[in-house]
Ligand binder design. Structure first.
Ligand code: PLP
Length: 404
């Protein structure tokens, strides 16, 4: 007998499992709308030209080697990443009060940040994190593993398929002081619903008043609107108001570096001295987990951000990706309208970013999968990036069928 006989079969990951189901589906009409990765109009993965060019330059450089990075990663990447988020005129950066470490994409940055908070928040702060309901499924496990008690704040209003701002502010106002609040910097996943600029201002005041610790998850900067600065507005609002905050950045979507695992964790503090000490402790979180981060993706991202020509090329491609996704929203909306499906489907146009949260029930989603071979997560989230002008009518036809 194996000593592992008692090990139970774990359930498949609800998001990764969708792609497995799609792969196993023999039907030629099958669609994968579960995947959180950009696809071209032809349904293919896309490597950005700026990324290819940067990669070639890196590989052609005779000074390139494969030595270990420092524990905190590629320093140039860290500098450029935080500047991308906080802006070129950030007072926090000018005053050198931001500690940044490279980490394993967004997930790893969140995990390192959560571990740091769990150990180093003042002893009087509760280890409680407030996550939006719903949120990206991994948030719960990441903060749970780091020892946080996980609570939810109301976020999505099923009736309007928009933001439940009243519920959100009520729940956060009632949070114990010193709780961590996780905020999606832009393009909330899975709902595609973001607070307005004015609502962000109110959330800033609430965060200050209730003495919450803001933790921004920025996985879609530039990918939501096509504009890197516009998508960073909430993070900058908080940082420029002088708040201490934590920020996890991913370059998976906005640079298409998914598998390269390029990301950064920044802690914005009140002084250079504190930032220096915080960075020293972040390294103590990282060292026993994986020693130091992978070099290739960060080298690419640093070159793309740092080289004016590649940076312009990147921003152009970013606008292109955002534009195609927005165009898909319009195509799907028109197709749904053309079928006179009951209900107000304008949320498809209003929601932003990679996903649309359809409000379809679990059984309707199951019918999409089984009868129509349209693979999606059973919470009704569809990836607009996985859709094309050719496949949108088929999706609309299927939705018409399952809601009938
Ligand atoms: N945070 C959110 C909200 C996400 O949607 C994702 C990816 O889907 C991530 C973080 C982390 O992604 P990665 O670890 O690939 O950067």
């Amino acid at each position: 007998d194996s000593m592992w006989e008692q090990v139970q079969q774990a359930p498949p990951d609800p998001i990764i499992g969708v792609t497995d189901g799609w792969r196993a589906d023999p039907d030629p009409r099958k669609l994968n709308l579960g995947v959180g990765a950009y696809r071209t109009e032809e349904g293919k993965p896309y490597v950005l030209k700026a990324v290819r060019e940067a990669e070639q330059q890196i590989l052609a450089d005779p000074a390139m080697n494969k030595e270990y990075l420092p524990i905190s990663g590629n320093a140039e990447f860290n500098r450029l990443a935080r500047t991308l988020a906080l802006g070129p005129n950030s007072p926090a950066i000018r005053e050198a009060r931001v500690a940044t470490v490279q980490a394993l994409s967004g997930t790893g940055s969140l995990r390192v940040g959560a571990e740091f908070l769990s150990t180093h928040l003042p002893a009087s702060f509760p280890r409680i994190v407030y996550l939006p309901n719903p949120t990206w499924g991994n948030h719960k496990s990441i903060f749970g593993k780091a020892g946080f008690q996980v609570r939810e704040y109301r976020y999505f209003d099923a009736a309007t398929r928009g933001l439940d701002f009243g519920g959100m502010t009520a729940d956060l106002t009632a949070a114990p002081p010193g709780s961590v609040v996780l905020l999606h910097a832009c393009a909330h996943n899975p709902t595609g619903v973001d607070p307005s600029r004015e609502q962000w201002r109110q959330l800033l005041e609430l965060t200050r008043r209730t003495r919450l610790v803001p933790f921004f998850d920025s996985a879609y900067q530039g990918f939501a609107s096509g504009d890197l600065d516009a998508d960073a507005a909430a993070v900058r609002l908080f940082a420029e108001a002088g708040l201490e905050l934590v920020l996890a950045q991913s370059f998976a979507k906005n640079m298409g570096l998914y598998g390269e695992r390029a990301g950064a964790l920044s802690v914005v503090t009140k002084s250079r001295e504190v930032a220096t000490r915080v960075e020293s402790q972040l390294k103590l979180v990282i060292r026993p987990m994986y020693s130091n981060p992978p070099m290739h993706g960060a080298a690419i991202a640093a070159r793309v951000m740092g080289d004016p020509k590649l940076n312009a090329m990147w921003q152009e491609e970013l606008r292109g990706m955002a534009k195609r996704i927005k165009a898909m929203r319009q195509v799907l909306y028109d197709q749904l309208r053309a079928r006179n499906i009951p209900g107000d489907w304008s949320f498809v146009l209003k929601q932003i970013g990679m996903f649309s949260f359809t409000g379809l029930s679990r059984s309707q989603c199951e019918m999409l999968v089984k009868k129509w071979h349209i693979h999606l997560t059973l919470d009704g989230r569809i990836s607009m990036a996985g859709l094309s002008a050719a496949t949108a009518p088929y999706l609309a036809e299927a939705i018409a069928d399952v809601v009938a």
